[in-house]
Structures are given as C-alpha cells and as structure tokens.
Design a protein around this ligand. Structure first.
Ligand code: 13P
Length: 250
C-alpha cells in the first residue's frame, strides 16, 4: 500500500510574506499524520520562508517547482538542485505542463532535470500529461509513455523506485474541467504498467499522483479512483480551507 501524497503547487503565487502566513494557518490546524505525505511547492523565492515557517514540522515537506539541468554556472535567472537543497527543498517538480507548454521544455530536458535532482539528493516528481488535441486524436497513452520513458531515461532503478510521477492532463489544469475518476484510472494503469516494465516489482513503491482542477469537492472521488495515489493541486491549494479538506481526503 503506497502512502498517499498531497502536493500543493503554488505556481507563481504566495511570496515570502503570504507563504509564512499560509503555513502558520495550515500548520495550526493540521496535525501530523503518518498515513499520508504533504508537500508544499512555493515559488523559489519563498522556499526559505516556508522552511523557516515549518520549523520542527518535519511531517510537512517542501519542494521547488523547477530547476535547471546544471548544478552551477552562468545561467542567469535559473535555480539549481544544489541551491534548492541548500534552501531546504527535498522534492523537485520536473516537466510540469507549464514548463513544457509555456516555456518549451522538452522531454530530453526533463530527463536531465530528473538526473540533476537525483545526483543532488532531491526527489523528482516527473509530471506527464496530454494536450486536448492529443487526447482527441487518441494519442494520450503514446504521449504520456514517451514523456515517462524519456524523462526517466537517465535515472538508476533505485532512484526511479524512490520517486513519484504525476499525471496532469493539460486540458484539466486550471480550467475547472477535471478528468473523471475513470479517465484518471485508465491513464494511471498505463503508467503503472510502464513503470513495472522499467524497474519491475520495485515500481510498486512509486506513487502516481493525479492533478488538474482538483478541488475540495472532487478530491475524495479522485483519490478513490483505482491507481490514484495522491493529488497535485494548484488553485485549490491556495486557500487554507480547501487545502485542509483535500489533505484529509480518502
Ligand atoms: P489546478 O489545480 O489549478 O488545475 O492546477 C493543477 C496543477 O497544475 C498542479 O500542478
């Protein structure tokens, strides 16, 4: 049985001041639970503020939304895995749909970012998902499998079996159009089968999260779908009330 993961992707919201206030309000009402993991992905400039606000709450983890492929050097404006680690991050979102479709990130780059995370002791969460046009053309499985196989291509089996995958259909992100629990279950089954092909039985430990217009109202049903091991949440993770409800789902 995989431990469900509840991940808040704040995207470009909540600077240090708002992040501190959010964490104080959330932590005051969220008691540690050993049956689930909760991870916050603030903007990079608010990572230190979140780490400090969490203090001794080691049940709540922090990650970054993106890193660059190299560990250091002349890459103005980028953040590296060693910098993220030094700031207190433990996880990295790699290949989020906005990185892919707004910033043009390629599958090859996601592979190098996963490798950069791993060689610096950070856990990558590789995000995959199809565009609406790809879904309508019946290409969903091909798209997510290519993203998965290329993205994992530079990792050792040990790293693959200790990381996480997130399925986020692009058409469901920030649109209010949630995939049905059946839609999610179908793609999660495809991903689970592929992971078994990559690392064998060790793949059983890899959580596969669903993301895309998750809300307090639909979190329970999505989490109950076969093969959904957690939720990656954007908009609904920006309100303490809805985030508390989502983290308690299932
Ligand atoms: P929304 O929950 O706002 O649709 O965003 C999903 C997402 O992209 C999380 O990474």
């Amino acid at each position: 049985m995989r431990r469900p993961v509840f991940a808040a992707n704040w995207k470009m919201n909540n600077g240090p001041t708002a992040a501190r206030a959010f964490i104080a309000a959330f932590a005051a009402r969220w008691a540690p639970r050993d049956d689930r993991s909760v991870i916050f992905f603030p903007p990079a400039l608010a990572v230190s503020a979140v780490v400090h606000a969490l203090g001794s709450r080691t049940d709540l983890a922090v990650g970054v939304q993106n890193i660059w492929t190299e560990d250091k050097g002349a890459f103005s404006g980028e953040n590296s895995a060693p910098i993220a680690k030094d700031a207190g991050a433990r996880f990295v979102l790699v290949g989020h749909s906005e990185r892919r479709h707004v910033f043009g990130e390629t599958n090859a780059e996601t592979a190098r970012k996963c490798a950069a995370s791993a060689r610096n002791g950070l856990t990558p969460i590789l995000c995959v998902g199809e565009l609406l046009t790809q879904r309508e053309a019946g290409e969903t499985n091909d798209v997510v499998l290519k993203q998965l196989h290329v993205g994992l291509g530079r990792l050792t089996p040990d790293i693959v079996s200790s990381m996480a995958i997130a399925y986020e259909p692009v058409w469901a992100i920030g649109t209010g159009k949630t995939a049905t629990p059946d839609d999610a279950a179908n793609v999660h089954a495809v991903l689970r089968h592929a992971l078994r092909g990559v690392v064998g039985v060790a793949s059983e430990s890899i959580p596969i999260l669903y993301g895309g217009s998750v809300s307090a109202a639909n979190a329970g049903a999505l989490l109950a779908a076969t093969g959904v091991d957690g939720l990656l949440v954007g908009g609904a993770s920006l309100e303490v009330e809805s985030w508390l409800v989502i983290c308690a789902a299932g």
